[in-house]
Design a protein around this ligand. Structure first.
Ligand code: PLP
Ligand code: COI
Length: 363
């Protein structure tokens, strides 16, 4: 049983508490990803650029008009973050400022007013503190946080909304993939593309995910966990996976696709690059052809492939299919570079490894 810890956070927003917590109904030994939600949520509204008073309320249905922009034109964006339990009971919210920075860029691309850093940070800190008993006590589990903003104006013309709502919901999670930390299998889908330069591929916009559902379902029907997206122009260069950035260990160097506007600038990707450079590894952010990888896998120069993401953490990839050919790696276990990153990042999450550079907000 978790003990209720006394709050260390100054309340900024008024709270309408749940009458009865649902916490005790949840089996923490069977956590999956994204199907359980904690007691409370945060809401703040914006009208003509002015943010009103935010509030915390019981998690539940939200009302809006059927003509709301988000329901038709998808003007909205979101973030994915996590809070982790330290051994001493403290709770760590990981890289809040980085997530706010990316969220702001997503908002700007979607023509949505930026949610001020103080609102974003204070709302998340107060909400996590209020629902801190929902943060799993066990290592590798977390309270997933989903901040999101939606356009709510009642108007069917295609134009930016004059009203918005920003919410934060949360829920306890285990592994993102059913494989756990066993290597997953990917396939390219050269008939489909995820994003083009100048589009919204580098924003966390709902449409990116909606457009990925059909190709992902086709990949799953063929026995793969996810699609490995290739660039939209030549359909040769590796971009990313539905919920993670990709890394390859080639000739001992760590290689990842550059941020050229078509992939999400992952916070875990940034953390991986920062750690690997600190360890003295050569890190290259450069276009990577799928054919270069197939060749390197056949000649033994490609030793590891893994994805990085908030939900996925570090997920090894054991097999990548492309047009009848394949990249084959260890299909049973994580390679040494992925393992070291996984241990270090999860160590930082849970306070077992020192916070390298103010990545942790401990409450
Ligand atoms: N790429 C996509 C498309 C994602 O949805 C995510 C998850 O947020 C990532 C990459 C990884 O980003 P992060 O490490 O910030 O979670
Ligand atoms: C995350 O890793 O936080 C994400 O947002 C991925 C998600 C689409 C499940």
């Amino acid at each position: 049983m978790l003990e209720t810890t006394e709050s260390s956070v100054t309340a900024v927003f008024p709270v309408d508490h749940v009458k009865v917590s649902r916490r005790s109904e949840v089996d923490y030994n069977k956590l999956k990803f994204g199907d359980i939600f904690a007691d409370h949520m945060f809401e703040i509204r914006c009208k003509n650029g002015e943010w009103s008073q935010g509030q915390i309320m019981p998690y539940g249905p939200i009302e809006m008009m059927p003509s709301a922009n988000i329901l038709h034109y998808g003007q909205g964006c979101f973030e994915g973050m996590k809070a982790f339990r330290y051994k001493d009971g403290d709770v760590n919210i990981f890289r809040i400022k980085e997530h706010h920075h990316r969220f702001s860029n997503s908002c700007k691309r979607l023509n949505i007013p930026v949610v001020p850093l103080e609102v974003f940070r204070d709302a998340i800190v107060q909400l996590v503190d209020l629902d801190r008993d929902w943060v799993p006590g066990e290592k590798y589990k977390a309270l997933y946080l989903r901040p999101f903003v939606i356009a709510t104006e009642e108007f069917l013309g295609v134009k930016p909304s004059t009203s918005y709502r920003f919410y934060v919901i949360s829920g306890p999670v285990g592994n993102y993939y059913s494989e756990g930390i066993k290597p997953i299998r990917l396939t390219t889908m050269p008939d489909y593309v995820r994003a083009v330069k100048g589009g919204v591929g580098d924003a966390k916009a709902p449409g990116n995910y909606a457009a990925s559902l059909k190709p992902t379902q086709e990949a799953m029907n063929q026995g793969y966990a996810q699609v490995l997206w290739l660039d939209a122009m030549e359909r040769v260069y590796v971009e990313e996976v539905g919920a993670m950035n990709m890394f390859f260990v080639l000739d001992g160097k760590l290689i990842t696709s550059p941020l050229t506007g078509t992939i999400l600038p992952g916070i875990t990707r940034k953390s991986v690059i920062e750690l690997a450079k600190e360890w003295g590894m050569d890190v290259e952010e450069r276009p990577i052809s799928i054919y270069e990888l197939i060749e390197a896998s056949k000649s033994g120069r490609l030793t590891e492939a893994f994805g990085s993401g908030t939900a996925a953490v570090i997920s090894p990839v054991g097999y990548i299919h492309h047009k009848g050919d394949a990249i084959q790696l260890d299909q049973e276990k994580m390679g040494p570079v992925a393992k070291k990153l996984y241990n270090t990042i999860t160590g930082i999450h849970h306070g077992d490894v020192e916070d390298p550079a103010d990545w942790c907000t401990v409450i």
